[in-house]
Write a protein that binds this ligand. Structure first.
Ligand code: AMP
Length: 405
């Protein structure tokens, strides 16, 4: 589906309410640890202010209780950071009017915005109405603007007011996507609807239950499905392998069996680990062993082994389209990061050779960053949950009220 973008709206002199996703990791001292999502919102922000729009940014941060201001989850440091990134593009900086996105100071700041100026309102989730998709909360926000823009891909799968009730309340005004969201839809949509082949999906992460929808949607679509991470052990167990004390979802064995049957009656080739890096426990001080296909009793499979890594990386290098969601080991803990890092590098090679490599957000994006190859991917998604919904073939609720073409 193609949506109308912010670039196609005349924003000059208009108040534009733009939902961005500035939910970035913050250190205990209020320092921003990774501004990936903020930097990716810059094209839409610049598009509005350079054309004389009056920009009002909305975001959430963390999970406040919804009962008012909480200093440690204030967006104030993000306004200052954004001003630094915009530099001379925002000569008056980024306004940050008040402790509540809907109080009189916020409304006053919006009405006194000049053409080309930008303000950021305080954390939406300080109001309970945001997460409850409140119609009243959305109505109040809608009175602030002439145009609505959703550039918060990471929130598009959530039925929250700023991405659902708000555009619904603005049906009499332009409601468009920002450039970040347009890019995400283009890459993920193209990969799934018209992939260049070989088309390979890599799924990993902790739980098979989180990836059931993606597995079911991708089986039959992809040529090869590479599965690693802890989720592989639930599948391997139903295939009769010894999995030691690896993470297994005992209550999902029936589903795992169903998945294996689906693969058997499809044209998709499922590749599971043929060896493992094991530890006694998930700790970087744990003794380590390399096991063949069966994990010995008393050991946990914590990373794919060297033979599996070689197999996965060969498949990926030869692919024309690769989508990846979920790390292939407990990559946050050395030495269980090696397989994930090497597969990340092979996705970079795939892209370098003209293939398309698409990395889901969240942990997978963090792993690719750790491997130092983020910039070499065709696309790294800014949304973990939202990109998984895409792989599941589900529609995103946040896009349902926007103008399509
Ligand atoms: P998910 O959110 O489902 O994508 O899971 C990501 C988490 O899975 C990361 O924190 C990884 O450390 C963890 N993980 C991946 N593989 C393993 C494994 N073999 N054993 C334990 N944890 C794992």
């Amino acid at each position: 589906m193609t949506f109308k973008t912010i670039e196609e709206v005349d924003v000059s002199g208009k108040r534009v309410l733009m939902r961005v996703d500035f939910n970035v990791p913050m250190g205990p001292d209020g320092r921003i640890e990774d501004d990936f999502r903020i930097r990716h919102a810059l094209p839409s922000i610049r598009s509005v202010i350079s054309r004389g729009g009056r920009l009002v940014l909305l975001s959430h941060l963390g999970r406040p209780s919804g009962t008012g201001f909480e200093e440690k989850l204030s967006l104030a440091p993000l306004a200052a950071h954004l001003a630094g990134l915009l530099g001379p593009d925002a000569p008056n900086g980024v306004g940050f009017p008040s402790m509540d996105c809907l109080d009189d100071d916020a409304a006053g700041a919006v009405s006194s915005l000049a053409d080309g100026e930008v303000i950021l309102l305080e954390n939406l989730r300080f109001n309970e109405g945001e997460t409850s998709d409140s119609h009243e909360f959305a109505q109040a926000l809608s009175s602030l603007a002439d145009v609505y823009c959703n550039d918060a891909f990471g929130c598009c799968h959530r039925k929250h007011a700023s991405v659902h009730a708000l555009p619904a309340a603005m049906s009499d005004r332009p409601r468009v996507v920002g450039l970040l969201v347009a890019d995400e839809i283009r890459y993920m949509g193209e990969a799934l609807d018209a992939p260049q082949r070989p088309f390979v999906a890599i799924l990993g992460g902790a739980k098979v239950s989180d990836k059931i929808g993606a597995l079911k949607n991708l089986i039959g679509k992809v040529d090869t499905l590479l599965v690693g991470g802890a989720m592989a052990y639930t599948l391997m167990k139903v295939m009769g392998h010894e999995v030691g004390s690896s993470l297994v979802e005992e209550n999902k064995l029936e589903l795992a069996r169903e998945i294996i049957q689906m693969v058997d009656s499809s044209a998709t080739d499922l590749v599971l680990p043929v060896d493992h890096i094991c530890g006694r426990e998930l700790s970087h001080e744990s003794p380590v062993c390399v096991a063949d296909v069966d994990v010995p009793r008393g050991w946990m499979g914590l990373d794919i082994g060297p033979a599996t890594t070689a197999r996965f990386t060969n498949v990926v290098r030869e692919a024309r389209t690769v989508v990846w969601n979920g790390p292939l080991g407990a990559f946050e803990t050395t030495p269980f990061d090696v397989g994930t890092r090497q597969v990340a590098v092979s996705l970079a090679s795939c892209a370098q050779n003209g293939g398309m490599s698409i990395v889901g957000g969240g942990d997978t994006a963090a792993a690719v960053l750790l491997a130092g190859v983020s910039e070499r991917m065709s696309h790294v998604s800014t949304g973990g949950g939202a990109s998984l919904r895409f792989l599941e073939g589900e529609h995103l609720v946040g896009l349902s009220c926007l103008e399509s073409m």
